[in-house]
Ligand binder design. Structure first.
Ligand SMILES: [Zn+2]
Ligand SMILES: [Zn+2]
Length: 239
């Protein structure tokens, strides 16, 4: 966190150095990212991501959307637009915040975005099957996504029974866990552990952690054997 000198923000452990939540999903033919937060540009530079076919959005909060403009590097190298999958709420925010990308007369070099409206129905991005899972971020509907064996849910504090059915059977669940103390729109660490256990997913990884959660190594030691804190740069092979 900017300006903070707590033990997490000053930790020498790289796993305590957390940028905004996002994942990249890759198949032999297709590469997509879920969300483009303010750190998107640096994350793509750091991981040396050379190809991007699509972005899928969870919800329109700035920490998940602000970096969208930087997909223009992929427009430039791939000489084509980027497919942007978003629900109508998020699409409205994209059209408002990145209005210049949708102007009739476009300034050269702006991002070329092909907006595709999604709902709760499954869809394909190239050869990657995507099943949206609607969760609640206080009163805002947020989309989680299941990609075959793995489900990714960020920014939730409640999941309806009907949506839990879509998660069950996953081999991995990535779930938000903000901190130990109660929060109005995010699962706490305890609530996130309970959700992984309730859904009987064999492997859980937590994301969207605040510096208030504590040191990675300390929290990791407290968690059940099948649940871990994720870290920036973590790669899971699910083929
Ligand atoms: Zn801090
Ligand atoms: Zn967030």
């Amino acid at each position: 966190m900017i300006g903070c000198d707590c033990e997490v923000c000053t930790s020498a452990d790289k796993k305590d150095n957390r940028l905004r939540s996002s994942i990249l999903v890759e198949s032999p033919t297709t590469t997509l990212v879920v969300d483009t937060g303010p750190d998107f540009r640096y994350q793509m530079l750091r991981q040396q991501v050379k190809k991007l076919d699509a972005v899928i959005f969870t919800h329109p909060h700035r920490d998940h959307m602000a970096g969208l403009d930087d997909v223009r590097a992929y427009n430039f190298f791939q000489k084509r637009h980027i497919d942007i999958y978003a629900d109508s709420l998020t699409e409205e925010a994209i059209r408002r915040d990145f209005y210049y990308a949708f102007a009739d007369t476009k300034y050269p070099g702006i991002p070329e975005l092909n907006l595709i409206t999604i709902s709760d129905q499954p869809f394909m991005v190239g050869d990657i099957p995507v099943t949206p899972v609607k969760v609640w971020h206080l009163k805002m509907p947020v989309l989680g996504f299941r990609f075959g064996k793995i489900t990714y849910i960020t920014d939730a504090n409640r999941i309806e029974e009907s949506e839990k059915a879509k998660i069950r059977g996953s081999e991995v669940l990535v779930l938000n866990a903000l901190r130990k103390q109660h929060h109005i729109s995010h699962f706490t660490l305890g609530e996130a552990v309970d959700m992984v256990q309730e859904l009987q997913v064999p492997l859980g990884y937590f994301t969207h952690m605040s510096h208030q959660l504590g040191l990675h190594a300390d929290i990791e030691a407290e968690l059940p054997d099948n649940i871990h804190l994720a870290w920036d740069g973590l790669i899971l092979h699910l083929a």
